[in-house]
Every structure is written in C-alpha cells, then in structure tokens.
Design a protein around this ligand. Structure first.
Ligand code: SAM
Length: 242
C-alpha cells in the first residue's frame, strides 16, 4: 500500500540505481519525449529526464505524487483506471521502474501501442536486495512474508499482437554504500519488514531505534555495503496499432 508513511520513506531515500539500466541499455542515446509509468515520488522520472528533453511522469497514487519534488522538464500526472493521461503517438522512450508488477499487462501493452510510435523503446527494470540478513542482525527472529509479496517482473508479452520486440535483457549486481539513516527508510518502505521491525522495536520512533542499532554494528562514519540485483529488459515497439 502506497500510503503517507511509504511515500515519506520513498521521498527520503531510494537507492540511486535507476540510472544503471538506462546507462546499460541506452548509453549515449538521447530522446525527446519520455514517459515514466509508476513514477512514485519521482526518483525514476529524474533518472529518465537525463535521457529525454521532456518527461511525463505518471502514478496512480496521489500520495506518492504529492511527495515528488518539482523538477524542470518533468510533468507529474495522476493516472486513474482510464489509461495513461498522454496523447496518442507522442512518446519515444517509456520506463517502468519497479512498477510493472502492479499493472495489468494487457492494459500496459494497449497503452504502449497508443502512446508510442514505430521504434519507441520501452525499458522495464527493477532492483532488489535481500533484507533478511539485516533483519536478523537487527534482532528480528520471526517474520512473515505474505504470499502476495512483491516479485520482480520485467516481462512484457512479445507476441505478434503486442507489437513489442525484445531487444535485450541485462542483469547486473551493484554494491551500494548506504548510510544507516537511509537504510532504515529502505527497510521500512517494505510492508512486511516494517511490520516485523515495529514488532521488534515498537511502533513509535522505529526509525531511530533501527538507526541506533545499525550504528552499533558498523564502524563510526561508515556505510553499510548492500548488494543489489538490477534486472532490466528493453523492448521496441514496431508498427503500433493505428
Ligand atoms: C515500487 S514503486 C516505484 C516508484 C518509482 N518508479 C521508483 O523507482 O522510485 C511502484 C509505484 O507504482 C505505482 N503504481 C501502482 N499501480 C499503478 C498503476 N496502476 N498505474 C500507475 N502507477 C501505479 C505505485 O503507486 C508506486 O508509486
């Protein structure tokens, strides 16, 4: 659930990894109109902006959008159930960073065909880390991962009907140095981790308790080194539905 608490965590910290798949797949290429679908509090939209002259960033959560910082060249818009608030045939590059899992793929393909042009690129990417060793170090012994918990999914259908062509799949590992205060936001932005940590430290000032505990485990002024898996797939739209 993308509520006020999660929006605060996302706005405060997201791993700076959005530019990794963009760089891997697109290198020096630059585009005119970009669309970021499921932009959250804007981290993925800002990464896309570095590749596009203009970016439209859309999300179904007004709460997440309220926490997005205004940035030159990025227009944030709310999207409801009626499709993406973008005119037909005007987008050159579409990104979905950590959002495809939540979307209906049939609707996504329909909307890509509507807003894209022949040759439009679609980059679906995600990055994850394993929170379990950190939860254990923080004294969380029992935790429940709900069966409908988030899964990485970067696959779009590449059938003749979808008009999408697979261009390249990439997978890389990145070791990120993260400040304890930021790592606390990262852990708390995952619903089941938040539940487990609030059970361990109490619902009040959980964040401070986690930071205190993490600081005891690393040398002063050091960061935690956290390995992330970054997965991405690039598609190309061919002869979109007229
Ligand atoms: C894991 S967050 C990723 C946010 C952002 N892309 C980032 O990497 O920081 C997933 C986002 O998808 C949004 N989302 C979920 N369902 C959606 C839908 N049907 N249409 C648009 N956005 C949606 C959520 O509100 C949330 O902001």
């Amino acid at each position: 659930m993308y509520d006020e608490f999660k929006a605060n965590c996302y706005a405060a910290y997201r791993p700076e990894l959005h530019d990794v798949p963009l760089e891997l797949h697109l290198g020096d290429r630059r585009f005119r109109d970009g669309l970021d679908v499921g932009c959250g509090t804007g981290h993925s939209a800002r990464a896309l902006r570095a590749y596009c002259r203009r970016v439209t960033a859309i999300d179904s959560s007004q709460t997440m959008l309220r926490h997005a910082n205004p940035t030159a060249g990025i227009t944030y818009m709310h999207c409801g159930k009626k499709g993406w608030p973008v005119p037909r045939s005007c987008i050159d590059l579409i990104t979905l960073g950590g959002s495809l899992f939540y979307l209906d793929k049939e609707d996504v393909v329909k909307e890509i065909n509507r807003v894209g042009r022949d040759g439009t690129r679609i980059l679906v990417y995600d990055f994850i880390f394993d929170p379990l060793p950190y939860l254990r170090a923080l004294g969380v012994e029992k935790h429940e991962v709900p069966p409908n918990e988030y899964r990485v999914d970067c696959h779009l259908p590449t059938t003749a009907a979808s008009k999408l062509r697979h261009e390249a799949s990439k997978h890389t590992e990145v070791l990120l140095g993260i400040e304890p205060v930021d790592f606390a936001y990262l852990l708390l932005s995952e619903d089941w981790c938040r539940i487990a940590l609030e059970r361990r430290y109490g619902p009040e000032r959980t964040n401070e308790a986690i930071v205190g505990s993490l600081r005891q485990r690393i040398a002063p002024n050091r960061r935690l080194l956290v390995p992330f898996d970054v997965t991405s797939i690039l598609y190309r739209l061919r002869n979109p539905t007229p």
